[in-house]
Design a protein around this ligand. Structure first.
Ligand SMILES: O=c1[nH]cnc2c(CCNCC3CCCCC3)c3[nH]c(NCc4cccs4)nc3cc12
Length: 369
């Protein structure tokens, strides 16, 4: 279980298979985000049809509503959502730390106010693992602190040291053997603090490792220096998950640095806002140009929207505020990212990833100023 086998390499980019209790998945992969147990507006059948593999669910939201007990009564997330999985749940910590809920962080854990009814909610390493075990995901995440950006060096250092102590508490409490707990490397954008987090985290030898603390506003150069430094020092025989990333160019760059797994709300959120992802950049379907365009969003895309609808029709739906519009744009954007990583995997197998990535980027950024 949780066997990770590299099948091809091209530079630092690699393809691999990863065995989870609910299926063997292919990496590199993009993981759609289903915050409240659903990828907004997309059915499980549609998710499967477009090539989705692991779907994310959010411990913070599901803890508050409907509660882990109800999900457990369905045998876990697959029974509850009718998506067969595999699932990954986050620890719940990120929402609490970063989205500014009135909250108190102590060594013991975090107390915060529910955004639903203002009630006081408590999360700790033990409680987070308990909830994630009840939700029944295949991969669960250690309860960590993602420091805000910017943050003082001293804060980042103290925070990463506490995240390591919390990791130990998660692993001590964990009782299910059929779930992989991924640890999370922190350290902000400081190489020496990244090294300190690596030195303290690697000995726990978890089935996978996440690169945390990034994509929180630090800027691309600093983010990629930290990803480069960290990914190169994580074990090659285990999956590397870059949390909260990201845009198409971030996946292409992250894969080049040896990252295997990505998650981001961007494709579905930007789709709901009327933006469509293509190899020529992002298309604003709210603008006037698409209204008379009888071509598909993307002639090279095989998704339902690109196979059945013109840009004109979708632009009409957006202006008419029809619910099919956000559904179809989200579906297309997810398919775009799944196709992007499928093409990346093919380029890696042909040992020409660098050439493919440069060619993709030249076209993608040609449209942009
Ligand atoms: O160190 C981290 N520890 C834990 N989680 C992190 C996350 C959340 C990843 N997506 C969770 C999903 C679980 C299912 C529901 C949706 C989230 C991050 N997201 C970002 N950037 C994107 C950002 C998103 C919002 C502000 S920055 N950096 C992140 C860093 C960490």
């Amino acid at each position: 279980m949780f066997d990770f086998q590299i099948t091809a390499q091209s530079g630092r980019a690699r393809t691999a298979t990863f065995v989870t209790p609910r299926g063997t998945v292919q990496t590199p992969m993009f993981m759609p985000v289903g915050t409240q147990g659903t990828v907004k507006g997309i059915s499980p059948q549609e998710l499967t049809d477009i090539g989705s593999q692991i779907v994310l669910a959010n411990t913070y939201h599901l803890l508050l509503r409907p509660g882990p007990e109800l999900v457990a009564a369905h045998g876990g997330l697959p029974g509850f959502t009718a998506y067969p999985g595999p699932f990954l749940t986050d620890s719940g910590g990120f929402q609490v730390m970063s989205l500014g809920h009135m909250r108190r962080i102590t060594e013991e854990g975090v107390t915060f106010k529910s955004h639903l009814d203002g009630s006081s909610v408590y999360l700790s390493p033990e409680r987070s693992v308990e909830v994630q075990q009840a939700l029944g995901a295949d991969i669960i995440m250690a309860f960590d602190e993602c420091p805000p950006y910017p943050a003082e060096r001293e804060y980042i250092q103290a925070s990463l040291e506490r995240t390591v102590r919390w990791l130990e508490r998660c692993l001590t409490f964990k009782s299910r053997e059929d779930q992989a707990l991924f640890s999370i490397v922190q350290g902000g954008v400081h190489a020496d603090l990244r090294q300190q987090s690596l030195d303290a985290t690697l000995p726990f030898a978890t089935p996978g490792f996440a690169i945390g603390g990034l994509a929180v506003g630090e800027g691309k150069t600093e983010m990629y220096e930290a990803v480069d430094y960290t990914a190169a020092r994580l074990p090659s025989g285990k999956p590397r998950y870059l949390m909260g990333v990201g845009h198409p160019e971030d996946l292409v760059a992250g894969i080049a640095l040896g990252v295997d797994m990505f998650d981001c709300v961007y494709p579905t959120r930007t789709g709901r806002f009327g933006y469509a992802l293509t190899d020529d950049g992002r298309v604003n379907m709210n603008s006037s140009a698409p209204r008379s365009d009888l071509g598909p969003i993307d002639p090279e895309c095989d998704c339902y929207a690109c196979r059945h609808y013109t840009r004109a029709y979708l632009a009409h739906l957006i202006r008419a505020e029809e619910m099919l519009a956000p559904r179809m744009l989200s579906l297309h954007n997810l398919r775009y990212l799944h196709r992007l990583v499928e093409r990346a995997r093919a380029a890696i197998r042909e040992d020409r990833y660098a050439e493919w990535a440069i060619c993709w980027a030249e076209r993608y950024f040609k449209g942009k100023n």
